[in-house]
Write a protein that binds this ligand. Structure first.
Ligand code: ATP
Ligand code: ATP
Ligand code: CA
Length: 217
């Protein structure tokens, strides 16, 4: 079972830490603020007050034995970078870092971060996509230019099969799943019919998803 160390317990870091712990994983949570440590202590395996830029302190905590580190030292840009550097020098296999912007993200890549996340930017995009069209229920970017959206089936789709609708041929968009009430039909085929009230999970290029949405509404 993977072991996680979460460094920086702002809203993002503490949410990552408590969610992992709720899912049954071992979580070591670190922050230099005693109050943050105190308030999360009953929700994670270990919570420790330490300066994440102090290499000896991280060594003493045995951080090098963890599988994954999540670094989110929001306001303190240099601490975010220095901590990432130390973790990679300690040979942590996978270090995920929250960055405020892409310039900061580039620096983090240079010092060895394995994955950079931009939760504010991504959530902003997600909410905007939700607002643009009333039938879009959710949007997840999974690569630049590519996304997954969940839409409510529109009347042009009711009673028609995927073969008849030809989303793939017309829009290069794949239906990954059809949600019907409580049921989730994964990887539907050509003969599956769309009914009123269905929700469709679609994957494709953003501009194709856009065209698809125009077709739908
Ligand atoms: P959010 O915006 O989601 O709240 P954030 O990553 O922007 O998250 P901040 O609210 O800035 O987070 O919190 C960063 C946390 O990192 C704070 O709890 C702060 O005490 C902690 N922190 C700052 N510097 C260090 C450091 N050198 N070592 C350990 N923790 C630190
Ligand atoms: P293709 O080369 O497009 O995969 P195919 O004959 O192998 O064609 P079928 O699975 O028989 O594909 O489906 C026929 C048509 O139904 C596809 O061309 C496509 O337009 C549509 N279709 C089937 N399944 C899906 C899906 N999951 N998402 C989108 N369209 C689908
Ligand atoms: Ca912040």
């Amino acid at each position: 079972m993977k072991q996680f160390v979460v460094i920086g317990l702002g809203r993002f870091g503490s949410s990552v830490a408590t969610t992992l712990a709720e899912s049954g994983y071992d979580v070591l949570a670190i922050d230099c603020d005693a109050e943050k440590v105190q308030s999360i202590s009953t929700q994670v395996t270990h919570a420790v007050e330490a300066d994440a830029t102090d290499e000896d302190a991280l060594k003493t905590l045995g951080v090098r034995n963890f599988d994954v580190a999540v670094v989110s030292i929001g306001d303190n840009v240099s601490a975010n970078i220095l901590c990432t550097l130390i973790l990679k020098e300690l040979n942590l296999p996978y270090v995920i870092v929250k960055a405020p912007d892409s310039l900061h993200g580039k620096v983090l890549t240079k010092v060895g971060a394995d994955r950079i996340v931009y939760p504010e930017r991504d959530m902003g995009a997600r909410i905007a996509h939700n607002l643009i069209s009333s039938n879009v229920l959710d949007y997840i970017e999974f690569a630049p230019e590519y996304g997954v959206i969940e839409i409510l089936a529109t009347d042009k789709m009711f009673g028609r099969t995927l073969k008849e609708l030809e989303f793939r041929a017309n829009f290069d968009v794949n239906v990954m799943a059809i949600k019907r009430g409580e049921n989730l039909h994964i990887s539907p085929g050509a003969d599956d019919k769309i009914l009123e009230g269905d929700k469709l999970v679609l994957m494709g290029k953003n501009d194709n998803l856009e065209k698809m949405r125009e077709f739908g509404s």
